[in-house]
Ligand binder design. Structure first.
Ligand SMILES: Nc1ncnc2c1ncn2[C@@H]1O[C@H](COP(=O)(O)OP(=O)(O)O)[C@@H](O)[C@H]1O
Ligand SMILES: [Mg+2]
Length: 232
């Protein structure tokens, strides 16, 4: 569904991705893991058009999307939740959701009511400003906002970062529900248990390339891959 072919990209003169080959299968949860600085966030930003592809191609549903602006990529059904969550602090929860809903087509799969049913923690917060939310509520809003665009793929950068264990469990349960509904998910995560529990497929990244591919069982059995690409 989503394919990166020999992608090189970076910041200014600095190349971060060095001929990245990577693919996410429709209906799967794919975890992209690796040490700090490996290039995971850059990969996501390159997919959604925030970082320009220098050579190679990004394709989505067979169509080349490299070169498109982020809002054009979003319209094709790629929803990105950055590490920083980037909700609008000055807008209410309701306004944050409504704004994202404008990106959905004429027959949106998600409405504000459906997001509230899905994340009941947000129900009492609808008229609160984004800046008034706890970290967990902000993450739920960020995911809710992504869902409001009726995405075909949900792209998450470290959704558990900085959250309390109880909130992490809630987010885990919600992503499991989305997975069971058939939504395709691309997940970057430092929390290994979280990622291994959700992922159908795993790619490890090191220095701007994919260095290992497999599933959770294969990764758990491969001590060398662990030590080499994930260990501290
Ligand atoms: N905005 C930026 N400008 C310049 N270099 C950057 C920028 N963002 C990230 N980098 C560099 O790109 C490399 C990969 O970073 P990143 O994609 O954030 O890795 P990861 O998400 O795997 O921790 C790092 O060496 C980082 O310092
Ligand atoms: Mg990162």
């Amino acid at each position: 569904m989503l394919e990166l072919e020999r992608v090189e990209s970076g910041y200014g003169e600095t190349r971060v991705l060095h001929g990245l080959d990577f693919a996410v299968r429709e209906g799967s949860v794919h975890a992209l893991l690796g040490r700090n600085g490996a290039g995971k966030s850059t990969t996501l930003k390159t997919i959604i058009g925030l970082v320009r592809v220098q050579t190679g191609a990004v394709r989505f549903g067979g169509r080349t999307i490299s070169g498109l602006a982020p809002h054009e990529v979003a319209r094709l059904g790629l929803a990105y939740v950055p590490e920083t969550r980037d909700i609008f602090g000055a807008l209410s929860v309701r306004e944050n959701l409504a704004l994202a809903g404008r990106l959905a087509g004429d027959t949106p799969e998600w409405t504000i009511d459906r997001v509230i049913d899905f994340f009941p923690n947000l129900a009492d917060r609808l008229d609160n400003g984004g800046h008034e939310l706890s970290g967990g509520e902000q993450q739920m809003l960020a995911i809710g906002r992504a869902l409001m665009t009726s995405p075909r793929i949900l792209i998450l950068d470290e959704p558990t970062e900085g959250l309390a264990p109880i909130i992490i469990q809630q987010i885990y349960a919600k992503l499991t529900e989305l997975k069971e509904s058939g939504l395709t998910v691309l997940l970057v995560e430092q929390n290994l248990n979280f990622a291994l529990g959700l992922a159908d497929e795993i790619s490890l990244m090191g220095r701007g390339q994919i260095v290992w591919r497999g599933d959770a069982a294969a990764l758990e059995a491969d001590e060398e891959a662990h030590a080499r690409w994930l260990g501290v």
